[in-house]
Design a protein around this ligand. Structure first.
Ligand code: FES
Length: 77
């Protein structure tokens, strides 16, 4: 498997709606970061589903190095 593209060295903050599913881009090629836009097709990457249980602000990983996908764990530092 090839490595994911680094999008940014800081997380992307998003305000999510409760009861909604989000699909985080794992490959780094999406033009709609931090979410998947289908650009991973033809690669080994698949998006990671995130289910919002409540409406709140969440920090998604943008360096794609996090060990707790899809959320930032500070690995970009
Ligand atoms: Fe990156 Fe879908 S575009 S995982």
């Amino acid at each position: 498997m090839t490595e994911a593209q680094i999008v940014d060295r800081q997380p992307k903050a998003e305000t999510l709606q409760a009861e909604k599913n989000y699909f985080w881009c794992a490959c780094g090629k999406s033009a709609k970061q931090p979410f998947c836009d289908g650009a991973h097709k033809g690669s080994d990457f698949v998006p990671v589903k995130y289910e919002a249980t409540e409406s709140k602000k969440v920090f998604f990983c943008a360096c794609k190095l996090t060990a707790s996908q899809p959320l930032c764990d500070g690995s970009h530092k």
